[in-house]
Design a protein around this ligand. Structure first.
Ligand SMILES: Cc1cc2nc3c(=O)[nH]c(=O)nc-3n(C[C@H](O)[C@H](O)[C@H](O)COP(=O)(O)O)c2cc1C
Length: 333
């Protein structure tokens, strides 16, 4: 296996420059990534206190390696702040924030001995975050899956951010789904790749089978960047697969919230029977029933490169081997 470790890997105490974006709450995904030499990150915003405790304990029982927890700042209330404090008390070494101001988190995270990551969409924002004390900026390109903060593509954003914060660590996000993407962002000056969509489609991730089948079949042209699935998180652009909900809305002339086709109807149900309305921000879970492929299926444009489901360790090893071969082929002497 080629050694692609970077100064960012040294900072994080990992061997391979791959960070799993917070796209999963499944402990086997997060711990699997960390055990394979990358950094796994738990999507912690919506867990609540008891699940936060359970999932962190489960991850710790599966790995001794570093991992992180992630929070959407604009959606945090008292309970989510308490959950973050619990993660810090439990010794989670990396806290990642998204969608809001990271400054109020700096002292709190550092006082617990952890590192603070913050996701940005521009060079100016990266500079502001680093000036506030953020340790690692994640530069997220517009091709990313899930909620998308900025409007610049990864290829243009990453070098601009690297130039803006030469004293800081930069991790590249958006559209990185194989070793070619990893090699590319290392060449752009990133210290690691932040990979979401590819890990959504890992074998350990617990997905509804119909969701998994749609993701596997999707091409790079099959996603839409919009604010359509806004119930639960309004006015927040995101990228997801085009499905019947998206197509019907587009065919109706993309009407605003409140005037959209099928507004108010339930498309699926939670295991406990609670309805999931059309345009909900929730994505399909294994335990849900109903028309789950009418729900929001977050995916980046890199989904076109994801045509199989692999164990997380295989995803990482394949990315490292492929990137190593590419970077080695430009060898020089
Ligand atoms: C299913 C899914 C859920 C996501 N949830 C979060 C989240 O809770 N917090 C966050 O910071 N980013 C979240 N993201 C965005 C990722 O952190 C990341 O920026 C993105 O996946 C990178 O692009 P890629 O999907 O092309 O690899 C999510 C992305 C996906 C696909």
């Amino acid at each position: 296996m080629p050694d692609l470790s970077t100064p960012t890997c040294d900072l994080l105490g990992i061997a391979k420059p791959i960070v799993q974006a917070p796209v999963s709450v499944v402990p086997e995904v997060i711990a699997g990534v960390s055990n394979a030499g990358g950094l796994g990150i738990l999507q912690a915003t919506w867990l609540g206190a008891s699940q936060t405790r359970r999932r962190i304990a489960a991850i710790k029982s599966l790995t001794d390696r570093p991992f992180g927890t992630n929070y959407v700042v604009s959606l945090m209330g008292e309970n989510e702040h308490a959950d973050l404090d619990y993660a810090l008390e439990a010794g989670v070494p990396v806290i990642s924030t998204f969608w809001g101001d990271p400054a109020p988190f700096v002292e709190r995270v550092h006082a617990a001995g952890a590192l603070l990551f913050h996701t940005v969409g521009s060079a100016q924002e990266a500079r502001r975050a680093v000036d506030a004390g953020v340790d690692v900026v994640v530069a997220q390109g517009v091709e990313a899956g899930g909620h998308v903060w900025g409007e610049v593509s990864t290829l243009a954003l990453v070098p601009a951010v690297v130039d803006a914060v030469p004293d800081a660590h930069v991790i590249a996000a958006g559209g990185i789904a194989d070793g070619r993407g990893l090699a590319a962002v290392l060449a752009l000056g990133a210290g690691a790749a932040w990979v979401g969509t590819r890990f959504v489609m890992s074998r350990e991730n617990r997905m509804h089978p119909e969701h998994r089948a749609r993701m596997q079949a999707a091409r790079e042209t099959d996603t839409l960047h919009s604010s359509l699935f806004d119930i639960g998180w309004p006015d927040a652009p995101h990228r997801a697969l085009v499905n019947d909900t998206v197509e019907t809305w587009l065919a109706a002339g993309s009407p605003p919230s409140g005037e959209r086709p099928g507004e108010g109807e339930a498309v699926a149900h939670h295991a406990g029977g609670e309805p999931i309305p059309r345009y909900s921000m929730e994505d399909p879970l294994e335990s849900m029933t109903g028309d789950v492929t009418s729900m929001c299926m977050y995916a980046g444009q890199g989904i076109g490169l994801v045509n199989d489901e692999k164990l997380v360790a295989a995803i990482i090893d394949d990315m490292i081997s492929q990137a190593g071969a590419i970077l080695g082929s430009f060898g020089g002497d």
